[in-house]
Design a binder for this molecule. Sequence first.
Ligand code: COA
Length: 215
Amino acid sequence: MLASRTSARERRMTPTFPDVTISTERLVLRPFEEADVPELTAMMNDELTTAWTSVPVPYTVVDAREWVQRQAPRERTAGRGLVLAMTEHLTHRLVGTMHLKCTNWRSLTTEVGYVVAPWARGEGYAAEAVLALAQWLFRDQKFERLELRTAAGNTASQQVAQKIGCISEGILRNALIVRSRTEDGGWADIRTDLIVWGLLPEDLEDAPETGHRAG
Ligand SMILES: CC(C)(COP(=O)(O)OP(=O)(O)OC[C@H]1O[C@@H](n2cnc3c(N)ncnc32)[C@H](O)[C@@H]1OP(=O)(O)O)[C@@H](O)C(=O)NCCC(=O)NCCS
């Protein structure tokens, strides 16, 4: 009786991504650690990140600690997605975050969001990390679709999507709230359009090898 109840519960268990570390040519994508809190706090207190994402403003050490200790691990264990810290191979510095979210285990589809620290932008880090993550998702996890959603005005993020071979699939009009600076130096919410980008395994056939290794 006990055995059959256990197996029924197991069948109902939510699937989750593995607790993975992915290496690329220049980056290591790994779970967040307590030691990342100061660099994460600094990275999130940035104009572009405030403008294009929904992070708390200001982003405090308490926010970073809550993210590292509770919210990020919970994304994985609840089956919603996976949060990875992006670090430089050579220096071990935190250069950004990658967040798989809204994962659908029946359709094997998921969405990626990302932030790169201001000092590390323009080096191709976001594109390198998303490409490696996509290759891992399609090859190791047998996923069928990766989605990116960018604000209509977020040129850098659209460049990332284009560089890795995503197809722009459409515009969700008026679907997103972003933030804009006000005259008194504060922030105001404004409504904008959202561009949906899709990447399928076949879109990556001609993509450069990231040399990604998962462990
Ligand atoms: C979006 C973001 C992650 C990109 O990170 P990154 O590591 O600099 O990205 P990459 O270097 O891989 O690519 C960025 C590309 O955009 C280009 N770019 C950056 N700002 C640009 C601008 N204002 N206009 C045109 N192109 C721009 C860069 O030149 C680069 O293209 P290139 O490689 O052809 O030169 C980073 O800007 C960021 O953290 N922004 C704030 C948070 C955010 O917007 N997250 C995404 C939410 S959807």
